[in-house]
Design a protein around this ligand. Structure first.
Ligand code: C5P
Length: 232
């Protein structure tokens, strides 16, 4: 069996674009918070050892799980941005996770991760010196807007991918990359972007479109639909 990896889950966003008081990772779907579905998808996989969840300070919504699927769930305090939360999670991992070991990072708000995609990312990514991310090819035609809202031009979509998570990197390299971006005042929107800044070229591993991020009420309905399909 291949060695297991830890996963860092940034879940410190307090974004409530839904309007309600509850951050999206705690919204209920199929009788459980979105974050539980996310952690179950990760921890059910035999290649995952445990999860470090970065939650916001004084997070009254965190239900206090310490174990899911028989594996440890630890928490730490996240930061003011996704990148800061991931960095906090990486630093808080148990000492048994060596500096050169691969670790996964996965958004709390992506509960619909397929086991097959996670498995392929682990298998393919670990053969790359840098690491890898799940991603989906762009299928729509892309327009560049002008200031007036008119179309300036059409951008070629060949070779364009949408970055998903999980993303797989070596613990120490990702720590360094995120610290470097923070010191330079660059806001990185995913982990690969921090690595790219330092000249690394992570591998793209194609993943399913169904691994979407819950951002709007429609996304939550879509996830509930996916859950009901699983039950059949
Ligand atoms: O807001 P966005 O959808 O980009 O957030 C992606 C992930 O990063 C979510 O799981 C969110 O909880 C997390 N996040 C965080 N700390 C922040 C902001 C976002 O852990 N300060």
């Amino acid at each position: 069996m291949m060695a297991q990896v830890w996963v860092v889950v940034p879940a410190a966003g307090r974004g409530t674009r839904f309007g309600g008081p509850l951050p999206k990772q705690y919204l209920p779907a199929g009788g459980q918070p979105v974050l539980v579905h996310t952690l179950e998808a990760l921890l059910q996989h035999p290649g995952v050892a445990g999860a470090m969840v970065a939650i916001s300070e004084n997070d009254a919504d965190w239900p206090g799980w310490s174990e899911i699927a028989g594996k440890p769930v630890l928490t730490c305090t996240g930061g003011a941005s996704r990148a800061a939360s991931v960095l906090a999670g990486l630093l808080a991992l148990p000492d048994s996770v060596r500096a050169d070991e691969f670790v996964l990072v996965h958004d709390a708000a992506r509960p619909n991760l397929a086991q097959a995609d996670l498995g392929r990312l682990l298998e393919v990514g670990r053969q790359d010196p840098v690491g890898a991310i799940l991603a989906a090819p762009v299928r729509d035609t892309l327009k560049r807007a002008g200031d007036d809202g008119g179309i300036d031009r059409t951008e070629p979509r060949q070779r364009l991918w949408r970055a998903l998570t999980p993303q797989l990197f070596r613990r120490h390299q990702l720590i360094r990359a995120l610290q470097d971006a923070a010191a330079a005042g660059v806001e990185v929107t995913d982990d690969a972007m921090a690595m790219e800044r330092l000249g690394a070229r992570p591998l793209l591993v194609e993943g399913a479109e169904s691994n979407f991020k819950i951002t709007t009420p429609a996304d939550l309905l879509r996830f509930e639909f996916e859950l009901s399909r699983r039950a059949v």
